[in-house]
Design a protein around this ligand. Structure first.
Ligand code: AHG
Ligand code: MN
Ligand code: MN
Length: 335
């Protein structure tokens, strides 16, 4: 029997007598945005929507039209919902407060990367939307503030992603569990397909942009050598996969295990990926599934953000593989 995401979320929140249903409503709103973005992703090759938008975002990267569409869709749906006080987006310079009375009284704020992996749109590979939900720290009844968006990942209430892959899936995590829902196009609903996702402690796949090897630190290069000199008999049956969409690479890691790395390198001394829009939500999901995420020094979720668009190196995935990579980058071993 099909269980829709709404039904599932409502059943889960009923376990908490104090729950008001606001979080379930917010997840439903994000799911709705996902369905609308999905509709446009599916026809991207057919319509004028494919191609450069001509603008650059705050990080100086070119925006694709679908980035803009996905961003506008999320902003408008969350504005019309009664459960979101404001948003921050990878595509906007500043956070945005919804100032109507309902929104000012809402206790949650949402951060998102509206379209992750956008360089993959033109080649028809998987892309996604990543979101984070925090309980605001500013007083209810007033517009939200920047502090609401600068909370560490360990304060997340929920996080998830929608992957526009060979099927469309929404995966979300609370502290209790991670569950995946596949879009059933005939009824237009996300239906529970991957209950209680658990990440294997060991994995076979390492995932990173190996083309950057010459820019990596010595420790990182040694770890790569260790992976490439894969020896089955030593419990190292490694293989390499890299899609170049974090959401797609992390979805695979979540299901099959492995490690995904975007380290600091000579061109990106702080790494490339964004703490609040990509690394925190993904680490929260991976941790809830039994894995871990580090910036090379400590847990990603413990970093207290100082800017909305800050970047961080990331080592994330199966616990044992992350621990092994960290031994190398922290110079505890040599190849
Ligand atoms: P976005 O499309 O939101 O800008 O993110 C792209 C990110 C991420 O999805 C991916 O893991 C990474 O960029 C790939 O970077 P490289 O091309 O440098 O490997
Ligand atoms: Mn991204
Ligand atoms: Mn993006």
């Amino acid at each position: 029997m099909l269980i829709t995401m709404d039904e599932f979320t409502i059943q889960e929140t009923r376990k908490f007598p104090q729950a008001t249903g606001e979080l379930s409503a917010l997840l439903r709103d994000i799911g709705l945005a996902g369905k609308i973005i999905n509709k446009n992703v599916r026809k991207a090759g057919l319509s004028d929507i494919l191609g450069q938008h001509g603008a650059t975002n705050v990080q100086g990267e070119e925006q694709m039209k679908l980035d803009v569409f996905a961003n506008d869709t999320l902003i408008n749906i969350l504005k019309n919902s009664t459960d979101c006080a404001g948003i921050a987006s990878e595509e906007n310079d500043e956070h945005l407060c919804y100032e109507d009375t309902y929104s000012a009284n809402s206790k949650y704020v949402v951060l998102f990367d509206p379209l992750d992996g956008s360089s993959n749109i033109d080649v028809n590979a998987s892309i996604g939307t990543i979101f984070s939900i925090y309980r605001r720290v500013s007083p209810l009844g007033q517009p939200c503030t920047k502090e609401d968006f600068l909370q560490p990942g360990n304060k997340l209430m929920a996080a998830g992603y929608i992957i526009y892959g060979s099927s469309t899936m929404m995966v979300y995590a609370t502290r209790m569990s991670v569950n995946g829902f596949t879009l059933e196009p005939s009824i237009g609903e996300f239906c529970l397909s991957h209950p209680n996702i658990t990440l294997p402690q060991n994995g076979k796949i390492y995932s990173l942009n190996q083309g950057n090897t010459n820019k990596y630190s010595e420790g990182m290069q040694n770890f790569l050598t260790y992976c490439m000199e894969s020896k089955k008999e030593e419990g190292r049956p490694y293989t390499h996969r890299y899609i170049g969409s974090m959401v797609a690479d992390l979805h695979r890691t979540l299901i099959k295990g492995g490690i995904f790395i975007y380290p600091a390198d000579k061109s990106n001394p702080k790494g490339k990926l964004r703490l609040q829009y990509e690394c925190n939500p993904m680490t929260f999901i991976v941790e809830a599934a039994g894995g871990t995420g580090s910036d090379g020094q400590g847990n990603i979720l413990d970093i207290v953000p100082t800017e909305l668009h800050q970047r961080t190196p990331i080592f994330i995935g199966s616990k044992n593989m992350v621990a092994k990579a960290l031994e190398f980058v922290q110079d505890k071993v040599t190849a």
